[in-house]
Design a protein around this ligand. Structure first.
Ligand SMILES: [Zn+2]
Ligand SMILES: [Zn+2]
Length: 338
């Protein structure tokens, strides 16, 4: 079988590899679609210092089961499935509390283990989500990034009609936005990139505001009738944004950091404290989030296909992916099909 290997930043090669052997608890899947994530882009660009090459990327994966191990009970040959890429230990404190998304020894397919950019992927049954009949593979490969938003908004207590500001209008920001809207929130998106804002307005039912314009704060006040936001979700991974995100909260609001970076955050405690805000972070997602997203898609409250702007067949991915990471290509969400 063929595997697309990222051998060094910006360099892909196809390798012929033996098919993996299906263990007791394993499910072997013929991969049909893999979406490309922002973290894949960082690996391709060599911007993630912790990333180890060579690696087969791909943690947003869907396909069809071709073989199951003798101990597998929940899926069978021919079932269509999506990958749940978190590999958790099952016995640390986080795992025992059901927080498998922040297991102390967490690894991910496509990051620490080879992922879905290969013709066959074998993983334990607990890493696969059974799909409803008839769901397109590319749609199913979008479930994982949608669960990131589902888990993120699941941290927060806002309700129907509450106002939510999502800072950073990339696919993960939009994943948070569509999940917040599905819960009935009034969502506003903020970004520094006008082209991206215009794209988002053309595909999704949200208003946008440009962080860099002089009237930014006035526009946030206008959207919230001067009360500011019940929740602010910062997906930028940029300290310049994260240091100020709390300023857009209403009294008693909730601040959530989705984007992550390796620098210090600083702000004035007194002003922050006077709002009595709550501060949350979020990592990855759990099976519950996958089931939630499946039901939202089934109810028509989330349309994964709206995210996808670029599609390439697997045979051309080695040439296409280095182009997709360039901003001028205009990729919002790209998908590799098999
Ligand atoms: Zn991802
Ligand atoms: Zn664990």
């Amino acid at each position: 079988m063929k595997a697309l290997v990222l051998t060094a930043p910006g360099r892909f090669s196809y390798e012929d590899r033996p098919e993996p052997v299906c263990g007791e608890q394993d499910v072997k899947v013929r991969v049909e679609a893999v979406c490309v994530c922002g973290s894949d882009v960082s690996a391709i660009l060599g911007r993630n210092a912790l990333f180890i090459y060579p690696r087969v990327l791909g943690h947003e994966v869907a396909g069809t089961v071709t073989e199951v191990g003798p101990a597998v009970r929940g899926v069978q040959k021919g079932d269509r499935v999506a990958l749940m890429p978190c590999i958790s230990c099952g016995h640390c404190r986080a795992c025992r509390k059901g927080k498998t998304n922040c297991c102390e020894s967490l690894r991910l397919y496509g990051v620490k283990e080879d992922g879905g950019m290969q013709e066959i992927l074998c993983a334990p049954e607990k890493n696969w989500l059974k799909l409803p009949a008839g769901m397109e593979a590319r749609t199913a490969a979008m479930i994982e990034p949608l669960t990131i938003g589902a888990h993120a908004v699941g941290r927060l207590s806002f309700g129907e009609g509450d106002r939510v500001l999502v800072i950073g209008a990339g696919p993960i920001g939009m994943s948070c936005a569509v999940n917040a809207a599905a819960r009935g929130a009034q969502v506003l998106l903020a970004d520094t990139n006008e082209t991206r804002c215009a794209f988002c307005r053309s595909r999704f039912p949200f208003g946008t505001v440009n962080v860099l314009e002089d009237q930014y704060r006035q526009k946030l006040e206008a959207f919230t009738e001067g009360e500011m936001f019940d929740a602010v979700i910062d997906t930028t991974a940029a300290p310049a944004s994260m240091n100020h995100a709390w300023e857009y909260l209403c009294q008693g609001g909730e601040l959530l950091f989705v984007g992550i970076h390796n620098k210090d955050l600083t702000w004035n405690d007194f002003s922050f404290h006077m709002k009595e805000p709550a501060l949350f972070t979020t990592r990855n997602s759990t099976r519950t989030d996958y089931e939630k997203v499946l039901s939202l898609i089934g109810d028509g409250l989330i349309d994964p296909d709206r995210f996808i702007t670029h599609v390439t067949p697997f045979e051309k991915a080695a040439d296409e992916l280095p182009l997709w990471v360039r901003p001028e290509t205009g990729v919002y969400k790209g998908v590799i099909t098999f």
